[in-house]
Design a protein around this ligand. Structure first.
Ligand code: TRP
Length: 337
């Protein structure tokens, strides 16, 4: 195991959108072809249960996310692609880690603190109202995901940095008590330029309900592009590309020359309708082949399941012996001999 191990999880509560693609999926798929790294990519379905108690949605999201990654050409020979819940060692390790984690550390987690703050602000007498143990323990489960594979690098969004720091804390604590078992991971945060604007101009995010799903059928895809908010400048009036959502999306896909060319068209006062149609055609060309593979995969979920089972088998080649070693280190082992 001398390659750099890169690990990241995708919570299975939504449908992949253009922002996910540009910020996380595309770089991860590119890295999957790099044989100097050993990528672990997984569907965080246990994490999904913290936010979502709609079983059909969790299942559908798992299917869509897996199909998306496979359709976009994830190299499953090099990368280990699996579903969190298929690796029983993750939940097992979460318990071992929970037993060395200070409750006070979890009190400081952003997601938990935000929930408490919302209760306080609404005059609720119980600050923990609506807080499940799943939410409270979220960082421990995430630490287990990461430490189980001794990941060196964890690509995440900014909002997740604290969780990686907590994984380091928890792993360090375990190492201190039971010996050096864990590699302490480092967060790798994507560039700002990889953040896409959504329909309303704010960051494209499920929580703002302003996303453009990646593999929407062509007609609906065009409709959404047409809905992107612009200012009200008339055709022929020079426009500022750098504050324009259409341009921000285009730039995330186009080559440097293409971007420079469209910049000039903004200066020349391109009409919004024309730019929208141009963006639609450009993205559609870019996505059509993958969309066809995606649709085909959704028609044969058994293929997706097979890929995930393969991935789980590979993942467990690491995780099963490792957890056995960890159990022994804490004093849980057979009594004979
Ligand atoms: N919590 C992460 C998110 O919401 C998803 C996730 C779960 C994850 N386990 C992980 C990311 C381990 C990186 C490593 O984005």
């Amino acid at each position: 195991m001398s390659k750099t191990r890169v690990l990241t999880g995708i919570t299975t509560t939504g449908t992949p959108h253009l922002g996910n693609y540009v910020g996380a999926i595309r770089p991860a798929i590119e890295a999957s072809h790099d044989h100097n790294v050993l990528p672990f990519y997984f569907l965080a379905d246990y994490h999904a249960l913290i936010k979502c108690q709609d079983p059909e949605r969790v299942r559908q999201s798992t299917l869509e996310i897996a199909a998306t990654w496979l359709a976009l050409g994830l190299d499953t020979e090099n990368a280990v692609f699996y579903r969190q819940s298929d690796i029983p060692e993750i939940a097992e390790l979460a318990w071992l880690l929970g037993c060395v984690t200070a409750k006070g550390l979890m009190n400081r987690a952003h997601a938990y603190k935000a929930a408490v703050q919302a209760n306080e602000e609404s005059g609720e007498s119980d600050p923990d109202k609506g807080v499940t143990m799943g939410l409270f323990n979220y960082p421990i489960l995430m630490a287990a995901d990461i430490l189980l594979f001794n990941a060196h690098k964890v690509p995440v969004g900014k909002d997740q940095i604290q969780h990686i720091e907590m994984a380091r804390d928890i792993g360090g604590r375990f190492n201190h008590i039971y010996g050096e078992h864990f590699t302490l991971p480092e967060a790798v945060v994507g560039e700002e330029t990889a953040i896409l604007a959504g329909l309303d101009g704010r960051k494209m995010s499920k929580s703002y309900d302003n996303t453009i799903p990646l593999f929407l059928p062509e007609k609906q895809f065009r409709k959404l592009i047409m809905k992107i908010k612009t200012n009200s400048l008339e055709p022929g009036v020079p426009k500022d590309p750098d504050t324009c959502t259409l341009f921000s999306i285009y730039r995330a896909f186009a080559t440097k020359e293409e971007v420079a060319d469209v910049r000039r068209r903004y200066e020349d006062g391109i009409a919004w309708g024309e730019m929208k149609q141009f963006l639609f055609e450009y993205l559609n060309d870019h996505l059509t082949a993958a969309r066809e593979r995606y649709d085909a995969l959704l028609q044969s979920p058994d293929k997706i399941e097979e890929a995930l089972q393969d991935g789980a088998r590979k993942a467990r080649e690491f995780s099963a012996p490792f957890v056995k070693q960890l159990r022994a280190s804490v004093g849980i082992r057979g009594l004979a001999g």
